[in-house]
Design a protein around this ligand. Structure first.
Ligand SMILES: [Zn+2]
Ligand SMILES: [Zn+2]
Length: 175
């Protein structure tokens, strides 16, 4: 069987992370699909990488990332520890932005291309947070398809038109 670390679905980043470009689960971890007792099932890819490169995972321990990049499969960035250790680790790293710049895909697996990347609060000290435009559009479309969503949007448009009618100078105010 081919080793995952030799897969062509890996993008090696200058900072050392090996990003998995294949399928991700909802939490943003790489997904490994395999057959067990004749049925397809999945496991987290970085666990699989650990087993291939380092051996079995001791019972009760989790495989965690030093780098905090969930779809990273660089064995050097992985370690086994207890769930408690992992939580402490995540806690220690809380000050760092969660979406590091090395993350190439959103949690749903859309790529963070320049066109697909929006920034929330860009004036904030940490440069704001990235968000996925494709996901935002899906959420908006869903919202628009509900009666109350439509009603609210219409109300907002109405209010905006009214405001514009009151202050016609608003026309030239766009920055
Ligand atoms: Zn990494
Ligand atoms: Zn997305």
């Amino acid at each position: 069987m081919n080793r995952i670390v030799e897969s062509n679905k890996i993008k090696k980043m200058p900072k050392g992370c090996w990003l998995w470009l294949g399928s991700l689960n909802v939490k943003g971890y790489g997904q490994y699909r395999y057959k067990k007792n004749g049925k397809f099932t999945t496991m987290q890819l970085h666990r699989r990488v650990w087993m291939e490169e380092r051996g079995p995972i001791p019972k009760g321990l989790v495989v965690a990332h030093h780098c905090d990049v969930r779809n990273c499969v660089n064995p050097e960035h992985l370690y086994v520890g207890t769930q408690a250790q992992n939580c402490q680790d995540v806690f220690d790293r809380k000050r760092r932005p969660l979406q590091s710049e090395t993350q190439t895909h959103c949690l749903k697996g859309h790529e963070f291309t320049p066109e697909n990347t929006g920034v929330r609060d860009p004036k904030k000290e940490d440069g704001g947070k990235r968000y996925c435009k494709a996901c935002k559009k899906i959420r908006n479309d869903k919202y628009r398809s509900t009666p109350e969503g439509r009603a609210r949007i219409n109300a907002r448009i109405k209010a905006w038109r009214k405001k514009k009618a009151i202050s016609p100078s608003g026309k030239n105010n766009h920055i």
